[in-house]
Design a binder for this molecule. Structure first.
Ligand code: IMP
Length: 195
């Protein structure tokens, strides 16, 4: 892949943008959706993380012509056959991005279950020129019986990675990024972009 000096990240999530911009530094200009004048609600209707990430990246490439990448993340719980997976943001019935409700619902489904194994998986779809690449990052761990810690977001208070005796919500952002699904997928992306 040729070395790029400009790329669109198909997101308006300020936290994700800051993170990748600080890693990429001067060598790569990372534009957000609003930077390119895209204010559309890009559909995320696929039933896999790969499908959603690719759909978002293809939307930007087709409508705006930029090289770009998009991500999608899910929590995959073994005893729930991989749920909530692609539905992680809207897991608790009748809710949308309600972390508290999602965690309470998850804990209720796991009540009495021995197997608490879970993993976070991030998929990044990169489109550069005509080349499409899928990259992923995984962190294995378990779902605790009650939330612990106040940092982070989403399911962080109930997820304990195998590498640590603390939940993601009990770590600093740096500690979490060093082992997280998104940190690992981002490292692969930067390697592919030769940064
Ligand atoms: P997204 O694809 O990054 O928007 O993630 C989808 C959903 O997965 C979020 O709304 C959260 O519920 C959950 N999620 C993603 N990443 C994390 C994380 O690092 N910690 C906890 N929950 C996360």
């Amino acid at each position: 892949m040729p070395k790029l000096n400009k790329i669109v990240f198909a997101t308006n999530n300020a936290h994700k943008l800051d993170e990748i911009r600080s890693i990429a530094g001067e060598s790569l200009e990372v534009l957000s959706l609003s930077d390119i004048g895209c204010h559309a609600d890009i559909p995320e209707n696929e039933n896999t993380l790969e499908g959603n990430a690719l759909a978002k990246a293809r939307y930007v490439k087709e409508h705006y012509g930029y090289d770009c990448f998009a991500d999608d993340t899910g929590l995959e719980v073994e005893a729930l056959s991989g749920a909530p997976g692609v539905h992680s943001a809207r897991f608790a019935p009748g809710t949308d991005h309600d972390s508290q409700a999602n965690m309470t619902y998850l804990l209720s489904l796991l009540e009495g279950k021995e197997n608490r194994k879970a993993r976070f998986r991030t998929v990044i779809a990169l489109i550069a020129g005509k080349e499409e690449t899928l990259l992923d990052g995984i962190v294995e761990g378990e779902i605790l019986k009650s939330p612990q810690g106040n940092s982070g977001f989403g399911y962080d208070p109930v997820f304990k990675p195998n590498e640590s005796d603390r939940t993601f919500a009990q770590m600093t952002a740096e500690e979490k990024n060093a082992i997280s699904h998104r940190g690992r997928a981002t490292s692969k992306l930067l390697k592919k972009l030769k940064i």
